[in-house]
Ligand binder design. Structure first.
Ligand code: FAD
Length: 288
């Protein structure tokens, strides 16, 4: 999620400073876009970075930041020109230990318990000019480009998780008996399993094409948005149906399907919600 920003935008000096640590795992990274008062409307962010002789004075806060507690480097979206919306946004890298850069709580989530998600606070943080990533005022453009890659990553993970949930359910329903036969052998179950297997297969092919387009430099934000909303909604449908096929055992945390269920809910929200993805696609299809 973060590395593409560094690889594409960092100067040689910044690469020398950060890439070895990122590569050997001693520098953990995070991406700070979302704020308590806004998430979908990125251009409305309020964290400011006002120019000083040495760089920037950063004030504001971020929330829901993955790796927020553990991160050493946070690629942070800020307003270098608070009077502007899209064109006022820049990216700066905040580093662990900078005065005035504090972490809040590790937020309690319904799923995804293995990753930390946190609030970040910036009070008069002095960020040197050497920590500006890319050009001032171009942050929104950089985010738009990189969010397409992030969204394909989420789409691929969603399809993988749906397939994992289906595999676990196939195994379970073949072993579980009701009315003297396996749950998998009921026609209703077989139709459900067939529908899910078909949709997962179709989604896999769309994602494969999108990954090839990404590698070839031709992936568009619209294609990425299509992939993100459709595959994550598919993931939601699949884990819900799979849990149903487990009966009461599906509601028990000791069964993998329960974790698939709680972990999956976020994928329709982070990286841009389903509604925002449809806005991106809709603007392309209908025009503004
Ligand atoms: C576990 C987790 C990890 C996250 N990791 C990160 C991270 O690492 N970095 C980061 O920056 N952010 C991260 N996020 C934040 C995530 O990207 C935002 O939560 C998401 O973009 C939605 O923003 P919001 O929560 O402010 O919702 P809002 O923008 O307040 O949206 C609320 C509802 O309104 C709808 N809505 C908003 N605008 C429109 C519109 N124009 N048309 C129709 N419907 C609309 C939304 O779809 C949603 O249903 C994470 C969130 C979670 C929960």
């Amino acid at each position: 999620m973060v590395l593409p920003y560094i690889l594409e935008l960092a100067t040689d000096e910044q690469r020398d400073r950060w890439l070895p640590g990122i590569a050997d795992g001693t520098l953990i990274t995070a991406l700070g876009l979302t704020e308590p008062g806004m998430g979908s409307d990125l251009a409305g962010m309020g964290t400011s970075a006002l120019a000083t002789d040495a760089g920037y004075h950063v004030n504001g806060s971020k929330t829901f930041i993955t790796n927020g507690i553990n991160a050493d480097l946070v690629v942070t979206a800020v307003k270098t020109d608070p009077a502007q919306r899209h064109r006022g946004i820049s990216l700066v890298v905040l580093e662990r230990g900078m005065d005035g850069f504090d972490r809040g709580r590790n937020l309690q989530k319904i799923g995804m318990h293995a990753q930390d998600t946190a609030e970040l606070f910036f009070r008069d943080v002095e960020v040197p000019a050497e920590n500006l990533l890319g050009r001032e005022g171009e942050g929104f453009r950089y985010m738009s480009q990189n969010l397409a890659q992030e969204r394909i990553g989420i789409a691929v993970a969603a399809v993988g998780a749906a397939r994992g949930a289906l595999d676990a359910t196939l195994q379970y329903t073949k072993e579980r008996n009701a009315f003297g036969q396996s749950v998998a052998s009921f026609q209703a179950s077989r139709f459900a399993l067939a529908e899910m297997a078909t949709e997962i297969e179709i989604a896999t092919h769309y994602c494969d094409q999108a990954v090839l387009a990404l590698n070839g430099g031709t992936l568009t934000p619209v294609d990425a948005a299509m992939a993100k909303w459709w595959t994550t909604e598919l993931q939601g449908r699949v884990v819900d149906r799979c849990l149903q096929l487990h009966g009461g055992y599906g509601y028990m945390l000791e069964y993998p399907i329960a974790r698939f269920y709680t972990d999956s809910r976020i994928s329709r929200i982070y990286g841009g919600t389903t509604e925002i993805m449809k806005e991106i696609v809709g603007r392309d299809v209908v025009g503004r």
